[in-house]
Design a protein around this ligand. Structure first.
Ligand SMILES: [Fe+2]
Ligand SMILES: [Fe+2]
Length: 154
């Protein structure tokens, strides 16, 4: 796959911060750490897929909104990959939420507000993706497809 799209720094940073925090919580042998490790098992490959599909497509939004139509093929290709995997991505969010819930129960029982806050940030991140970012990436793909068809018909 060609690799020309920009990555939105805000989202890249958010992924990195979440991953660093979750990895930190998962280190050690405490009950909470073991529970957070279960999140990490699903989260690592999930973030990797997002960074191949959703994240670079979102990086094209600014240009698309300004009418700058470069790299349409790549936007389409990556967005198509997301569309094909959409049900799995949502299922992974569901499984992540399940594990977050289990870890939150332990964190509450131990009065670990710090852990609860990080878990809350992760849940919020997934909700923003489902409500806004994933659909925005699909829309960018649709626009790219339409523009490619238009270019070919001229
Ligand atoms: Fe994400
Ligand atoms: Fe996600």
């Amino acid at each position: 796959m060609i690799d020309m799209l920009k990555v939105p720094t805000s989202l890249e940073e958010e992924h990195k911060e979440l991953m660093d925090s979750i990895e930190m919580l998962a280190s050690g042998d405490s009950k909470i750490a073991k529970s957070v490790k279960q999140i990490l098992i699903i989260l690592e490959p999930h973030f990797e897929k997002e960074e191949e599909t959703v994240v670079p497509v979102l990086g094209s939004l600014g240009d698309l909104a300004s009418g700058i139509y470069t790299d349409l093929e790549e936007v389409k290709e990556r967005s198509d990959a997301l569309r094909e995997d959409y049900a799995n991505m949502l299922e992974e969010h569901r499984r992540i939420r399940e594990k977050v819930e289990a870890a939150s129960v332990l964190a509450k029982a131990e009065g670990r507000e710090d852990v609860l806050n990080i878990l809350e940030l992760l849940s919020h991140h997934a909700a923003v993706e489902e409500e806004i970012l994933y659909p925005a990436a699909l829309l960018a793909g649709k626009l790219a497809s339409m523009l490619i068809i238009r270019e070919r018909s001229i």
